[in-house]
Design a protein around this ligand. Structure first.
Ligand SMILES: [Zn+2]
Length: 496
């Protein structure tokens, strides 16, 4: 039996009906609702409470002490259901009609709430899950959510929802028929991969794998390496590795690194004269938070000696709860192909709520190619994020997307208000850099043999006992007797 308490909270919200927010508490759940009737709020509380308990008892997942669910009916909004990755759901409906059974509303609420509990089971242990594909994260919530629906049905029976419906059909039955159809969506297909994994290790052995993955040192260019290693503690490590080999392409996101090396310079080696590069006109005309995506801008560093990125400026404001989330957001310096050169992290607290402001993010001076992209990703949810400003008319330099991952398109509404500060190296530092570059050049040259018929491009790596060792561009090292080389090359070797 579950104990049910209903408390009226004297908070007035500014909705058209000016309705008071009400509250229901059940084991492990706290539902606050506005604009819907009590029976629906109670059913929501029952579903979340039962699904949470099942996630703990049947799977040993780490669940929050209390899951806070906020339900709002607002005719001006769309139907949506989010989680914050920790302990909060937020459900928005236009009117209570959207809470009716799926046949009339088109919305699968019992399944949806179980799906969100599924997300928590994964996101709590794996806080940084940027290496999971969208399909993988949703597929997991779909898989566990479907199983939780079965469990909830077993516990609470067919009368759970105010207008009763056969929600058992929204559980594993539906997942199975999606998998059997042969034309599963990427999300259902990923759910099928997770199903294989769970059947391999058993229900209670998934939580330890997720927590090992959450602790693994992930290299964004190849997350699979660390994830695979983390599977080795399992009793069925060999089968799991084989499963991972099959599933990796659909579940894991690889972020290829740029071939342009991340080179930094000490601040005192800079010239002291910086320039700010901007595409925006300084007037904000709109703002945007990009769920699952990033805000990116193309820049050019101008001619001459290389420039160094010393700061990124963003015009924006934070939304969500008053206290900034205790996490970092990311800024990437990318090459012109949107491949990551280097990633910087900054605390969320850099952005304040309220009026948008320019926020300066200082970076370690990092060399930029002549054309480059700066991208920022806030990993936003319903309860935290940053609105990035944009101006009235775009110059075509603004993009959406994250480095290396997913489809990226241009952003057409205006220019993101994202700027960079660039600085050249001081005269002395630049000279030193040029000399070093010259040395590299002289090591690699075109070698001729004594007949002049045979040439290769290679780098001199050694000369011993009359043999010259040359490293070809493909990395292969060959040895050639000195006297077989042209006179010019023999002289070059002997001068070294
Ligand atoms: Zn989801």
């Amino acid at each position: 039996m579950m104990r049910l308490t209903r408390i009226c909270v004297a908070i007035l919200v500014s909705c058209s009906a000016c309705a008071a927010q009400e509250q229901i508490r059940l084991d492990g759940v706290d539902v606050r609702y506005t604009g819907i009737s009590q029976p629906y709020a109670e059913s929501i509380a029952r579903v979340v409470s039962a699904a949470r308990t099942l996630a703990i008892e049947n799977y040993q997942f780490d669940m929050p002490e209390t899951i806070y669910v906020e339900v709002l009916a607002d005719p001006s909004r769309k139907v949506s259901l989010f989680n914050d990755g920790q302990d909060r759901f937020s459900l928005t409906v236009r009117t209570e009609k959207d809470l009716a059974q799926p046949r009339s509303s088109g919305v699968f609420h019992i399944y949806g709430l179980c799906h969100e509990v599924g997300h928590l089971a994964m996101y709590r242990p794996i806080r940084n899950h940027s290496w999971l594909t969208y399909a993988a994260a949703e597929g997991w919530a779909h898989y566990l959510g479907s199983r939780l629906v079965d469990g909830v049905y077993e516990q609470l029976g067919p009368d759970l929802w105010p207008d009763q419906y056969d929600y058992l059909r929204d559980g594993t039955q539906r997942l199975q028929s999606q998998l059997d159809s042969g034309a599963a969506s990427p999300m259902a297909e990923a759910a099928g991969r997770w199903k294989e994994m769970v059947e391999l290790v058993g229900d209670i052995n998934v939580a330890p794998i997720f927590s090992a993955w959450g602790k693994a040192q992930i290299d964004a260019t190849d997350p699979g390496k660390a994830l695979r290693e983390a599977l080795q503690d399992s009793d069925v490590a060999q089968q799991l590795t084989q499963w991972f080999d099959r599933a990796e392409d659909s579940l894991i996101l690889k972020r290829p690194k740029s071939g342009f090396a991340a080179e930094t310079l000490a601040t005192d080696s800079l010239s002291g004269e910086s320039i700010e590069v901007a595409h925006d006109d300084g007037e904000q005309s709109g703002k945007n938070s990009s769920a699952g995506g990033g805000h990116a801008v193309r820049f050019e560093s101008g001619p001459g000696t290389p420039s160094y990125l010393t700061a990124v400026q963003i015009h924006g404001s934070r939304y969500g709860r008053p206290a900034a989330p205790k996490e970092d957001f990311r800024v990437w310096l990318c090459d012109e192909d949107f491949k990551e050169i280097v990633e910087f992290q900054f605390p969320y607290s850099k952005f304040k709520r309220g009026d948008p402001k320019w926020v300066t993010l200082k970076t370690k001076p990092t060399k930029v190619p002549s054309q480059f992209i700066v991208c920022v990703g806030f990993n936003p949810t319903a309860t935290k994020g940053v609105f990035v400003g944009y101006d009235k008319a775009g110059t075509g330099n603004s993009l959406r997307g994250l480095p290396g991952g997913g489809p990226k398109g241009s952003f057409e509404l205006g220019d993101w208000m994202i700027r960079v500060t660039l600085e050249k190296a001081s005269h002395e530092a630049a000279l030193k850099g040029e000399m070093a570059a010259e040395n590299v050049k002289t090591q690699r040259r075109t070698w001729k043999d004594s007949t002049g018929n045979f040439t290769i491009v290679a780098e001199l790596v050694g000369f011993e006992d009359g043999m010259v060792r040359l490293k070809k561009e493909n990395g292969v090292v060959i040895s050639i007797p000195l006297e077989k080389l042209s006179a010019e090359d023999q002289e070059f070797v002997q001068q070294k």
